[in-house]
Design a protein around this ligand. Structure first.
Ligand code: GZL
Length: 374
């Protein structure tokens, strides 16, 4: 099924150019080509097992893969949506093996339980690329490489922003009463964001009241907020492990007559979040309804394509590639944070920046990689 080619590997620096090319392809209907598609012998065939469609992040991630891996770019992409069930992902991977695809890409819903099916893919001689969340395996030869986010770093950055906010506003750390609405239990994003908060709360002396299940969805975020207000009446910071949970939290707080804001010792409740994909989240950030967002970049399509291009040209690829991500807040007075001696700037947001960001998202090209990863 493989097309021998001498396509040059995509260098990160060229992403924007390819992104703009992707834009022109999109205009020509890249993702849904109606053109008579030649047999898959002419294409590199990729089987992609996607977690589901639980969040805006996930939708952007799927779109990015479709834009980067399409017939116009020399690929045939087969996407299987697992509806957040690992059993569906394992079935999909086995189906890809049966079909004899050239590559398998997995966005694993949770970290454990992958050894058997990864060994089957390895035995079939099909390289597996892991994207986004990680798999927990002892034998790293079971997958070719991984590209995704450092979720614990995302959390440490958001927590350091909160620590800077408290210091800047002379808020005693013991007056920070925080509840974590966790994402899908066992997902790397949940594990990292939970660990980062636990560590920061211990280090800064915050009162971490509890951790509740939010499943990365708006509906669950809405539902559990009422339980939080009932069980933890002194809560003044709600830490959401993704924006969709935060959307539900904000609606529930409004329905409960609570005020969202930064006066957390004066009765207001602060909301923190992760992703920063949907413009709704950035508009809430600009309105001060979400105080700080740890970016989680969903656009792995160009990165996966660069990896496969390299592999097709027998070039080496890094085993693990972390994508660079920003921290967003429109609160005045905190322009950067210091984490263990490394400085990270805090990015503000305005309508113009948001428009630019959404344009890049729409063509799947938004990457801020500086590393020459592949
Ligand atoms: C993060 C990704 C998470 C997002 C959520 O890489 O796995 O899953 O943060 C999504 O929005 O549901």
């Amino acid at each position: 099924m493989r097309k021998k080619n001498n396509r040059p590997a995509i260098k990160p620096a060229k992403y924007l150019m390819y992104g703009l090319m992707a834009a022109s392809l999109l205009l020509s209907g890249c993702a849904n080509s109606d053109a008579e598609s030649p047999g898959s012998d002419d294409y590199v065939v990729v089987g992609f097992s996607q977690v589901g469609a639980e969040s805006d992040w996930r939708a952007a991630n799927t779109e990015s893969m479709k834009t980067a891996l399409c017939e116009e770019t020399g690929y045939k992409l087969i996407i299987e949506d697992a509806q957040q069930k690992q059993s569906n992902q394992i079935t999909a991977v086995r189906s890809f093996i049966q079909q004899g695809v050239d590559y398998i890409v997995i966005a694993p819903v949770t970290e454990v339980g992958w050894e058997t099916v990864l060994a089957e893919a390895k035995d079939a001689g099909i390289p597996v690329i892991i994207v986004d969340r990680m798999v927990s395996v002892n034998d790293y030869s079971l997958f070719k490489c991984w590209v995704g986010s450092d979720f614990k770093l995302e959390a440490l950055k958001v927590c350091e922003w909160l620590n800077s906010f408290a210091k800047t506003n002379h808020i005693d750390s013991r007056d920070i009463h925080i509840v974590n609405i966790q994402g899908t239990l066992g997902a790397s994003a949940q594990i990292g964001r939970t660990e980062g908060l636990r560590e920061s709360a211990t280090k800064n002396g915050w009162d971490l009241l509890g951790e509740v299940q939010g499943e990365f969805t708006k509906a669950k975020g809405y539902e559990v907020t009422f339980e939080i207000l009932d069980k933890y009446p002194n809560v003044n910071v709600i830490y959401c492990e993704n924006d969709n949970e935060a959307f539900g939290v904000l609606e529930a707080l409004e329905a409960s007559g609570k005020t969202v804001g930064s006066d957390i010792t004066g009765g207001e409740i602060m909301v923190l979040s992760f992703d920063g994909v949907k413009s709704d989240a950035m508009n809430l950030l600009m309105d001060g309804k979400i105080a700080c967002i740890g970016e989680c970049n969903p656009l792995h399509g160009p990165r996966v394509r660069a990896i496969i291009d390299s592999l097709e040209n027998n070039q080496p690829v890094d085993k693990l590639t972390y994508v660079d991500e920003e921290v967003f807040s429109t609160f005045e007075g905190i322009s950067n944070i210091d984490l263990n001696g490394k400085k990270y700037s805090i990015s503000s947001m305005d309508d113009e920046k948001l428009l630019e960001r959404q344009k890049l998202f729409s063509i799947g090209a938004y990457t801020n990689e500086t590393s020459d990863a592949y």
